[in-house]
Ligand binder design. Structure first.
Ligand SMILES: C[S@@+](CC[C@H](N)C(=O)[O-])C[C@H]1O[C@@H](n2cnc3c(N)ncnc32)[C@H](O)[C@@H]1O
Length: 278
């Protein structure tokens, strides 16, 4: 039986039909499938948008999003996407990356890496730092990192490359010494990535579920902790598109709780959450 979610503790009325409409919109804009257990999360994330807009009815909010309102859509998306990330998250991928790029540079001068779903930038900057520290000659080679995310707010943060200093706790000290600058005066308590690191990364807003204006073939793709909320069908489409943008022998890194089994047979597993295009 469908439950009515109007209760004293809810500031706004939020019934089953509101939740269904919200999750349809979330799915169409992000590919994220919100299960029934995400009802409270949806309510709390979107209540903030109602408050910010000074409205008190979910129907009005749904109308705004359905109308394709240009200023609200990015905020609608940001409100639900989970942006958690960190420098050198799942560190084994960076060890693999360094060895692979060293190997590739023996036979090619141009290397393209894609951080798809880069959030606030820690992932692509970690890629750049790992390469600058671990691959001799990388600065003179044509090595570029494309970093994309759906969420334009988080991309602004990524582009700035400025983080609270707590974000670098646990990062290798040699890496910090070489590639992280500590802020002073007004910027005390913040750190900034070195211009050489920033210089290797280009940020672009991109919804992975829409068409990609991308012509490159990527030697290595990082798409980690992005597809966990996508349904199987969406994952299948996405990974087959990645496969179309990679040559045989290129690699794809996915998140620790993700798996290509039953999703895409264009890759074979060659390491912990590391796949190779076949
Ligand atoms: C949890 S973060 C992962 C960040 C990083 N890859 C990592 O592993 O640390 C997931 C990111 O995927 C992005 N994302 C979600 N749906 C997306 C879509 N349809 N297209 C592009 N990015 C998307 C979110 O905005 C978020 O920044």
């Amino acid at each position: 039986m469908r439950t009515e979610l109007v209760s004293q503790k809810f500031e706004f009325s939020f019934n089953e039909s509101h939740f269904d409409k919200i999750r349809e919109l979330v799915f169409s804009h992000t590919g994220i499938s919100l299960g029934d257990e995400k009802r409270q999360l949806a309510y709390s994330r979107y209540s903030k948008r109602l408050r910010a807009l000074g409205i008190d009815d979910f129907d009005d909010y749904i109308d705004i999003v359905r109308s394709g309102n240009e200023s609200e859509i990015p905020l609608f998306v940001s409100a639900i996407t989970t942006n958690f990330t960190s420098f050198f998250r799942e560190n084994h991928h960076f060890d693999f990356l360094v060895n692979e790029v060293r190997r590739l540079l023996l036979t090619q001068n141009s290397i393209r890496i894609w951080s798809a779903g880069c959030s606030s930038g820690e992932e692509p900057y970690s890629i750049a730092m790992a390469l600058l520290s671990g691959v001799p000659g990388v600065e003179s080679a044509d090595v570029k990192i494309l970093a994309t995310d759906l969420d334009s707010e988080i991309l602004d943060r990524a582009f700035r490359g400025v983080y609270p200093k707590e974000k670098i706790e646990g990062v290798d000290q040699n890496m910090v010494k070489s590639w992280i600058k500590h802020g002073s005066n007004d910027n005390k308590g913040y750190v900034m990535v070195h211009p050489k690191v920033r210089g290797m990364v280009s940020f672009k807003q991109l919804n992975l579920l829409e068409s990609w204006p991308i012509k490159n073939s990527f030697d290595i793709i990082f798409c980690r902790n992005v597809v966990i909320y996508f349904c199987k069908e969406v994952q299948k489409t996405l990974f087959s598109k990645f496969a179309n943008n990679q040559k045989k022998g290129s690699q794809l890194m996915i998140g620790h709780s993700e798996n290509l089994a039953g999703v895409c047979d264009s890759y074979r597993l060659i390491g912990r959450t590391i796949y190779e295009k076949i």
